[in-house]
Design a protein around this ligand. Structure first.
Ligand SMILES: *Cc1c(COP(=O)(O)O)cnc(C)c1O
Length: 427
C-alpha cells in the first residue's frame, strides 16, 4: 500500500458496526473480573489495558498508524516531542553513559542533551553533521550508547547523511536515533537508510494545524540488543521491578525497546499522551500526505522568490540547487524537504525585526509546520538562551528568519513577503 493510503488505513480498523472514526477512550482505568487477570497485566504476562498513564487504546491505535507510516515494528505516543526524545535516549543511556549527537538539532533537544541529561549523568559529544569520518569515529567512547541526529534539522535545515551516521553507530555497536519531525515519513523514512529508532514531535506536520502537542517513538525492531548485551543491561538482564523479567526474552528483539520505554519510563515519569490529543493527531495524520505535498511545493516557490530578491543575503533550503545539501537531499528527500526554510535579510537583527513587523498575512509564531504560514527569528526567541558562539556552532546567524510555509496559495505568500522586504528597504 502507498504511504498516502496508510495515512488513512494505518492503525484503527473498525469491524462490522463499529465507529468509522477512531473512538476516544478517555477512561483512566479498565474493568477486570478477577485479581489474577489484573496481576498478569502488572507482571507483563499478558497484554491489556489497566491504567491510561501507561497505555490507552486510542493512543495505541494512533501509535500503530505512525508505526506503519515509518515502516517500524513498534511505536508509542508521548505527551510531547521532548518527552519522546528524552524517553528514547533514557531507555538506552543512564548515569555514566554517553551519547554522540549531531550538533545541528532542535534547541530543546540540545538543552536536553547538553544540560538536563548531563545533570542526570549522561554526557554528550556534539559533532558537526558534515564532519569527516575520522572526527565522527573519534567522538565515540566505550560508554557510548547511541548516536542522535535530525533528518532535516530544526532550525538549521542541515540534511543528515543518515547512511553514514548509521554505519558509524553500527560499527560501534550502538543504534542510530533520528528525529524525523520535519520531513515526516511522507518525505523520508529513516529506517530505509539504516536508522534504528525514529522520534517525532507530532506537534508539527503530523498534527499540522497547531492543535495539539505530542510526540512519538518508533523502533524499526532491527537493532540486535543481545549481540550488544553488555551495553544494554536494561534490555538484556533481569529487571528487578518486574520480578526479574528480561525484556528481550519476554518481548523479542522487535518489541523489547518500546515495551521497556512504556512499562518503565511511562510508568515512572508519566509523560502520557491524552486520548483526546491522540484523536486530534489522528485526524491530522489522515491528510498528512496531501498536506506535505503542498507544504513542500510552497516551500520551494517561496525559497526561489527569496533567493532572487536583492534584500536577501542567503536562503537555506535543501531543494534549491544552490544549497550545499541539494545532492544529499535528492538521495534522502526525493519528494522535497518540507515547508520550512530560513533566510537572512541584509541589515542584520534590525532589518529582520522591521521585516517581521511589516508582514500582514504571515504571522509571528514560535511554531513551524502549521497549516498557516508563520515565521520567527530563532536568535531572538527559541534560541535566546544561547550565546552567539553556541548559535554559530549549530549554524544559526543572529539575523536569520525562519519561515514555515503553510497551505495558502503561493502567490499570496510571495506578495506578503515582497511588500515586507520593500518595507525594510525603504527605511
Ligand atoms: C518541536 C520539535 C521538537 C520538540 O517537540 P515538542 O512537541 O515541542 O515537545 C523536537 N524536535 C524537533 C525537530 C522539533 O521541531
Amino acid at each position: 500500500m502507498h504511504i498516502d493510503t496508510l495515512c488513512l488505513t494505518g492503525g484503527y480498523k473498525p469491524k462490522n458496526g463499529e465507529p468509522r472514526q477512531l473512538p476516544i477512550i478517555e477512561s483512566t482505568t479498565f474493568n477486570y473480573d478477577s485479581c489474577e487477570q489484573m496481576a498478569d497485566l502488572f507482571d507483563l504476562k499478558k497484554a491489556g489495558y489497566f491504567y491510561s498513564r501507561v497505555q490507552n487504546p486510542t493512543c495505541d491505535q494512533v501509535a500503530a498508524k505512525i508505526c506503519a507510516l515509518e515502516g517500524g515494528a513498534a511505536a508509542m505516543l508521548t505527551s510531547s516531542g521532548q518527552a519522546a526524545i528524552f524517553y528514547a535516549i533514557f531507555t538506552l543511556a543512564q548515569k555514566g553513559d554517553h551519547v554522540v549527537s549531531s550538533s545541528s538539532i532542535y534547541g530543546g533537544s540540545y538543552n536536553l542533551l547538553a544540560s538536563t541529561l548531563k545533570k542526570m549523568g549522561v554526557e554528550a559529544t556534539f559533532v558537526d553533521p558534515d564532519c569527516s569520518d575520522e572526527e565522527l569515529a573519534q567522538a565515540f567512547r566505550p560508554n557510548t550508547k547511541l548516536v542522535y541526529g535530525e533528518t532535516l534539522a530544526n532550525p538549521a535545515l542541515t540534511v543528515l547523511d543518515i547512511e553514514r551516521f548509521a554505519k558509524a553507530a553500527h560499527d560501534h555497536g550502538v543504534p542510530l536515533v533520528v528525529d524525523n519531525t520535519f520531513p515526516t515519513p511522507i518525505n523520508c523514512r529513516p529506517f530505509e537508510w539504516g536508522a534504528d529508532i525514529v522520534v517525532h514531535s507530532t506537534t508539527k506536520y503530523m498534527d499540522g494545524h497547531a492543535s495539539t502537542v505530542g510526540g512519538a517513538i518508533v523502533d524499526a525492531g532491527r537493532f540486535d540488543w543481545k549481540a550488544n548485551a553488555a551495553k544494554y543491561p536494561g534490555l538484556t538482564e533481569p529487571d528487578p521491578t518486574y520480578h526479574g523479567l528480561v525484556f528481550v526474552e519476554a518481548f523479542g528483539n522487535a518489541a523489547a525497546y518500546i515495551t521497556k520505554a512504556t512499562v518503565e519510563l511511562m510508568r515512572d515519569l508519566g509523560a502520557t499522551a491524552s486520548p483526546f490529543s491522540a484523536y486530534i493527531l489522528n485526524v491530522g495524520l489522515e491528510s498528512l500526505a496531501v498536506r506535505m505535498e503542498r507544504h513542500t511545493k510552497n516551500g520551494l516557490a517561496v525559497a526561489k522568490f527569496l533567493e532572487s530578491h536583492p534584500q536577501v543575503e542567503y536562503v537555506n533550503y535543501c531543494d534549491l540547487e544552490s544549497s550545499k545539501y541539494y545532492e544529499r537531499a535528492r538521495k534522502y528527500l526525493p519528494k522535497g524537504g518540507c515547508g520550512v526554510l530560513s533566510f537572512s535579510i541584509k541589515g542584520g537583527r534590525e532589518a529582520a525585526l522591521r521585516f517581521m513587523k511589516a508582514l500582514k498575512l504571515i504571522v509571528i509564531e514560535t511554531h513551524v509546520a502549521d497549516a498557516r504560514t508563520c515565521c520567527l527569528a530563532p536568535a531572538l526567541t527559541t534560541h535566546r538562551q544561547m550565546t552567539d558562539e553556541e548559535l554559530a556552532r549549530i549554524g544559526i546567524s543572529p539575523s536569520l528568519v525562519r519561515i514555515s510555509c503553510g497551505l495558502e496559495h503561493q502567490d499570496d505568500l510571495i506578495a506578503d513577503l515582497a511588500q515586507a522586504l520593500d518595507a525594510v528597504k525603504s527605511k
